[in-house]
Structure formats: C-alpha cells, structure tokens
Write a new protein. Structure first.
Length: 239
C-alpha cells in the first residue's frame, strides 16, 4: 500500500511526468490531426500556390501531385513567363515560354531537365506533405520533445535531422499544445563539423488551413530570416 501511496504522491507533485510525449508519439498525434484519413500516401490531387514577395510581382503555380503514379507537374506563371516542370517516373520535361510571344524561350542551361523537376518536386511535396513527410526514410526524429515559447506563445517542439544523403539542415517543428496542429517550422544550416549555425536559415509561420483531399494543409506560409526576422514572402494556397 505504501508504494501505491508513494506513486500517487508523485502524480500529484509532478502531474505532467506520465503524460510527456516522445518525438514519435508527438509525430503520430500531429499526423492524426493533419491527415486523419491517411490520405497522403495515396495523394492524387492539384492545388494552386501564389507566392507573394516584397517589391516583386506574384508567381502563381498550379501543382499536380500523384504519388501512386509517381507524377509531378508544376506550371508557374510570373508576369508573362510560364515555366512548366513535369516528372513521371524519372522522365522529365521542362519548358519555358513567354505568353506575349509565340516562340518558346531557350531553357536556362543551369540544370538538366530532371535536376530541375526533381528540385521542384521535392520542394512542394515536402512542404505540403508535412508533417507526414517526417516519416520518410532518412529522417531522424529526436526522442526528446521540448516546450518552447516563440513570439509569446508556447509550443511543443519536435527536432528532426537527416541522414547525410538526404540533407544537412536541422529542422524544428512547432505544434499547438492542445490540438497538435503544426503552426511553425524552422530550419538552420550546419557547418562542416555538423554544428548549428544559429545566424542561418529561416522560420515559417503557418496561418489558417485549407482542406485538400481531407488533409489539413497550411493556407498561408509566411517566411522570415532567423537572424533578423526579415520578412521574405508568403505562399498562399488555393484549391
């Protein structure tokens, strides 16, 4: 009986101890919030993202992602220039055209078709596939979940690093303490020894939600530099 009394006393003194989440437990809870019907693995849908940046015209990108068939397509329009990226099972096409002219513009020689389309495919599927993409191979979820205050609000914070073949950035994901909704994410660069460069990287503030194929995606993503809070731009999602 005295052992039961001792355990009960511990629960009164430290009520949060038995309720602390591990990294993977928190990840499961936030995925349950954002993708309650487990639709990301079979995602086959399209949406539009408008990028707004200071002192520049908007870039409007129509995105189609079909994960079962391994198809990605993005058609981006900025001013009169329309650039299309298409990737299906490693077969890639990139085109660039001026809607004010009939002839196609020459493709910039910086990257191959597949390097370019793979870059955009990884970018859009990662950001709009979060937090589900944190289950991908090569992602290392840290066991310890921290409570941090960011801009005056408290969050549950999950740390993720990546295998060398995947990437060297360190990411932090900030979740609502009650609903487990993802509200901020942040990344930092690392030096050659793997040490965090605290004056590098960016943080992204997520506001409102759009339902795409039953998945709760961030409707607005505002980007800022970590070092000085300088505003970079906002991505607006529309289905």
């Amino acid at each position: 009986m005295k052992y039961l009394f001792f355990a009960f006393t511990l629960l009164i003194m430290f009520p949060g101890t038995s309720q602390e989440l591990t990294g993977y437990e928190l990840l499961d809870k936030t995925i349950a919030y954002h993708d309650p019907e487990n639709k990301w693995v079979t995602f086959n849908n399209q949406f539009t993202v408008t990028m707004q940046t200071p002192n520049s015209s908007d870039r409007v990108t129509d995105i189609y992602i079909n994960l079962p068939s391994n198809i990605f397509k993005a058609a981006a329009k900025k001013d009169s220039i329309i650039t299309t990226y298409y990737n299906k099972n490693g077969k890639c096409i990139t085109t660039m055209a001026d809607s004010m002219r009939i002839a196609n513009l020459p493709e910039p020689p910086k990257r191959s078709h597949c390097e370019t389309t793979e870059l955009y495919k990884n970018y859009y599927t990662y950001l709009y596939g979060l937090p589900m993409k944190l289950k991908d191979p090569g992602t290392n979820i840290h066991e310890k979940v921290e409570r941090k205050t960011f801009k005056g609000k408290e969050y549950l914070v999950l740390k993720a690093t990546y295998d060398k073949a995947v990437g060297s950035d360190v990411w932090y994901f900030y979740f609502n303490t009650k609903t487990y909704a993802m509200e901020i994410y942040q990344f930092f660069k690392t030096d050659d020894s793997g040490k965090l460069k605290t004056d590098s990287g960016e943080y992204i503030v997520l506001t409102e939600e759009a339902i795409v194929n039953t998945i709760k995606m961030p409707k607005n993503r505002a980007w800022y530099y970590n070092k000085d809070d300088k505003y970079l731009g906002t991505d607006l999602l529309k289905q």
